[in-house]
Design a protein around this ligand. Sequence first.
Ligand code: BGP
Length: 467
Amino acid sequence: MNGNFLWGSATAAYQCEGGWKEGGKGLSNWDVFCHSEKNNVNPVTGDIACDHYHRYEEDIRMMAEGGQNAYRFSIAWTRILPEGTGEKNQEGIDFYNRLIDTCLKYKIEPLVTLYHYDLPQPLYEAGGWENRKIVDQYLDYAEICFKEFGDRVKYWITINEPNYETLCCYGFGNYPPNVQNLERRWRAMYHMMLASARASAAFRERKLPGMIGLVSDSYPIVAGKDTPEGLRAAHMADLFFNLSVNEVCVKGAYPRDFIEQLQADGYDISYMFKEDEAVFEKGTVDYLGINAYNRYIAEPPQGPETILDVNNTGDGKKKRFQIGGWFCLGEDPDMEKTPWGMEICPRSIYDLLMELKRLYPDTPVMITENGVGNYDEVTDEGVHDPYRVAYLQGYVDWIGKAIEDGCDVRGYFVWSTMDVYSWINGYKKRYGLVYIDYDSEDLRRIPKDSYYWYKNTIEEKGRTCYG
Ligand code: BGP
């Protein structure tokens, strides 16, 4: 196998580490939210999660034994700076040094996400990403990480999913601060993009070896109807989900029609300063991380109102998604869906990659997450997850085809390394290659069929177009 292509899997700190009050860690907005009354959909916490904080070596060893050569994880800001700003916490730095060194010991390339949803509580209380001050605070935090870990980490990620996170926080309202207000959403997202641009430029100024990127949840968009209204809806969905992030971090500027739409919606955009334009220009990414899960079918909106429903219970019920004045999402009744309503359509990754190649021919892509959540079960012979194997196989094959057709894809990461806390979906929605028996005292790890499938696939595909 050619060793250049990264074959890995991914996690995020709050979802797997546990140790929520250990090692001098401060509280994050997720720690506080999960312990509050607002956490009433699946009322569980990440206090212990997979106990990766203590069991990371076992997890990394299993990755290596499964043929993986890369691990994407996130740093908890609250372990490095317990209050979000101020004094750094050496115990937290030591933990990530151990994690990185263990990766290297097992010949696993670390990909480090600086921010994956968990915000220090004091910063959250000061307005979180809505408050422009966070841009400088994030930069200070990022600089500490570059300084402490930059000698060994070659792949950095500034921010995970500015789009999806803010949609949950301010659209669906199922993540803290649990509000439905898109005007506030766009403001928070703008500051994330600005912070990411500042960190990317700062990383390059340090002349460290390696690359820095942003992880964007991006979606292949299909127009439900081939009419002028249908095509407009598809473009508006593209702006909403993809271009509002990707154009900014890859090309260094906001699309003009996106800004015009915010103005047409009557939103205050005075937080967009003229001098920020130079920051975006200078702070473009070295590569684009893509979290690939599903595609969207866009239709003209059926009315002026915004309706944002979400399925966090896996009850199979249909939910509505409409952004007034922009588009609504349709459905193909013939396509298979998960109990959480996610359409299974592996071939759509090919369309997305070809579109990214067309738009951004000089920017390499890394598939930083791809996976499917389901209710897995342990049997006497292990964990059989044929639905996951089929889904991942489809994606790997279509990504391979895109590579053959000229897309510069540098790596592929399964979400997730092992079962993790699935945010507001709790623990029953499992994505892992490795099953976690949450009821056992030692949080027993059991490789699923998909783990062995991935091991074989890495061996086989490593000899083909990949790498
Ligand atoms: C992505 C997130 C991950 C992960 C995954 C699955 O959006 O980056 O953190 O959780 O989606 O989503 P969920 O767990 O909500 O089903």
